[in-house]
Design a protein around this ligand. Structure first.
Ligand code: PLP
Length: 480
């Protein structure tokens, strides 16, 4: 690594990225390439001799960017957001520059200590219970994704119960969640050797706005116990992927407590909103949870990846995930004086991810982050209002955060229940390249989702998205 070469080339790269952001609206937000497009543009084998950065950047511009879906475009309203910010970008840059591998405290004390500190800061900002702070038995850790977060706590909960009931009881362990839990729970069960049939995805419907009913949970648990099974884990949602449904944590926690079940709260998207006092009540009940997760890389201006996990009892994680090979032994670890985050996660190696979160917290401050959240929620409310005003459309579930779930109503006497109509509308709208939205299915109905959350989105982008939806709806209805 030649420092002067780095300076020169990194400046060029920053210029390239700044120009990308300047012109981001010129790209179709959803990439319009066909599968296999890149193989036709790139050589079959690796280059034998080096080329210049200029040549590479030229290829990025003409060959790579056409195959990019622009998550940072202000016209991106798909899935959930994945925020980028100058602070997050600079943190990533610094982390890539220093490039440490911080699996044990000794491998870079600052990496471990900064991670504990920023997770404690955020735990306080979210008013998480004291037990989640690192000065007691709990603590926070940065995982790559919410999928890894639910996996590690599921393994911890599995091993905790098996220590009591014996390892041979593994096939009897039952996991619970609503039928709108993220698919990562099922994947975690598969990886954890649990019977996927015993991952109970309990039915929800519009009567609870797709939130899990504590009565339904209680009944399922009673039935399973009566069948000789062992309930051990509930994944509750604060903000489901489909519709941002919020499960009633206090009532669910009563059920999990009575039945000695690990309660994990998945607030991957909506957790960010809970730093605002007016939205904090959505995680009331978290006091009783064993673990809590939110993705700072979704809606918290922190570049991917940065998933925040807090646990009340870190020893449960460590008992499941720790190994202690000779080649990693050192005085600080042996003396039990430090956190070794390798024992809180699946891989050994880990990046210095806390740097970007620390930079985001410092360069925005909590008030800046709250303004960011409130702005998107206000924009989503304005979009919801537009939908309400057009009688051809219906808002399907009450909007809670910055996601609006809506659909175009089929004309009376139509043979289609609206599913094909909305499917076609989605395809038409996305094929314009001017906007990207996605869908879900709620109670058998195909629904359109518009999630506001890209940092560059302004009211004019929301209005333009609505105009495209209206135009395409008109065209579709006229041609029925
Ligand atoms: N949980 C919820 C509620 C989500 O919306 C998502 C992804 O959108 C996940 C979990 C999985 O997130 P990740 O990609 O970080 O694994």
């Amino acid at each position: 690594m030649d420092a002067e070469q780095l300076r020169e080339q990194a400046h060029k790269m920053v210029d390239f990225i700044a120009d990308y952001y300047k012109t981001i609206e010129n790209f179709p937000v959803l990439s319009q390439v066909e599968p296999g497009y890149l193989g036709k543009l790139l050589p079959d084998s690796a280059p034998t001799y080096p080329t210049t950065l200029e040549h590479v950047l030229n290829d990025v511009q003409h060959k790579i960017l056409p195959g990019v879906t622009h998550w940072q475009s202000p016209n991106y309203f798909a899935y959930f957001p994945s925020n980028s910010s100058i602070a997050g970008f600079l943190g990533e840059m610094l982390s890539a520059g220093i490039n440490i591998v911080g699996f044990s405290w000794i491998t870079s004390p600052a990496a471990t200590e900064l991670e504990s500190i920023v997770l404690d800061w955020l735990a306080k900002a979210l008013f998480l219970p004291q037990d989640f702070l690192s000065n007691g038995k709990g603590g926070g850790v940065i995982q790559g994704t919410a999928s890894e977060a639910v996996l590690v706590v599921l393994l911890a909960a599995r091993d905790k119960i098996l220590r009591t009931v014996g390892r041979s009881a593994l096939p009897k362990l039952v996991t619970y969640a609503s039928d709108h839990v993220h698919s990562s729970l099922l994947k975690a069960c598969q990886i954890g050797g649990l019977d996927p049939e015993l991952c109970r995805l309990l039915k929800t419907d519009s009567s609870t706005n797709f939130a899990l009913s504590p009565d339904v949970l209680s009944e399922a648990i009673s039935n399973d116990i009566a069948s000789g099974l062992i309930p051990f884990f509930l994944c509750a949602n604060v903000g489901t992927t489909s519709s941002t449904a919020v499960d009633p944590l206090p009532a669910l926690a009563k059920v999990t407590k009575t039945n000695n079940i690990w309660l994990h709260v998945d607030a991957a998207y909506a957790g960010s909103a809970c730093i605002c006092p007016e939205y904090r009540h959505f995680i009331d009940g978290v006091e009783e949870a064993d673990s809590f997760n939110m993705n700072a890389h979704k809606w918290f201006l922190t570049n991917f990846d940065c998933s925040l996990l807090w646990v009340k009892d870190r020893s449960a994680l460590i008992q499941s995930l720790s190994t202690n090979p000779e080649f990693l032994k050192n005085k600080a670890s042996e003396g039990n004086m430090v956190i070794d985050y390798k024992d809180w996660q699946i891989p050994l190696g880990r990046r210095f991810r806390s740097l970007k979160l620390w930079m985001v917290l410092r360069l925005y401050g909590l008030e800046g982050l709250r303004a960011h959240i409130r702005n998107h929620i206000a924009l989503a409310a304005s979009f919801e209002e537009l939908v309400v005003q057009d009688a051809r459309f219906k808002v399907v579930t009450p909007r809670t955060f910055s996601l609006v779930c809506f659909r175009l109503l089929p004309p009376p006497n139509s043979e289609d229940n609206g599913n094909k109509l909305n499917h076609d509308l989605l395809d038409l709208v996305n094929s314009t390249g001017s906007v990207f939205i996605t869908h879900t299915v709620l109670s058998g109905e195909y629904i359109l989702r518009l999630a506001v959350g890209a940092p560059l989105t302004e009211v004019r982008h929301v209005n333009a998205a609505w105009q495209i939806l209206q135009e395409k709806a008109t065209a579709l209805l006229e041609n029925l």
